[in-house]
Design a protein around this ligand. Structure first.
Ligand SMILES: [Zn+2]
Length: 66
């Protein structure tokens, strides 16, 4: 896949956590997590609401690929 297509795809992606359009982030199972959310998740304790939300999102995302 050409690099330009990857960039275009990433620019059109919405973050799966905050559901905002993100220009930067990490891709997990073709879903984007924007940089601010990624940092928040890394810094988040296991009991935090955001972490639980992230886990739920990941479960629903991964279930699409099983
Ligand atoms: Zn986000």
């Amino acid at each position: 896949m050409p690099k330009t297509n990857i960039m275009k795809m990433r620019l059109e992606k919405r973050c799966v956590i905050c559901e905002k359009r993100a220009q930067e982030g990490i891709m997990i199972a073709s879903s984007l997590i924007c940089s601010p959310c990624e940092k928040a998740i890394v810094q988040t304790e296991e009991t935090d609401e955001l972490y639980n939300r992230y886990v739920e999102k990941m479960k629903s995302l991964s279930s699409q690929y099983i």
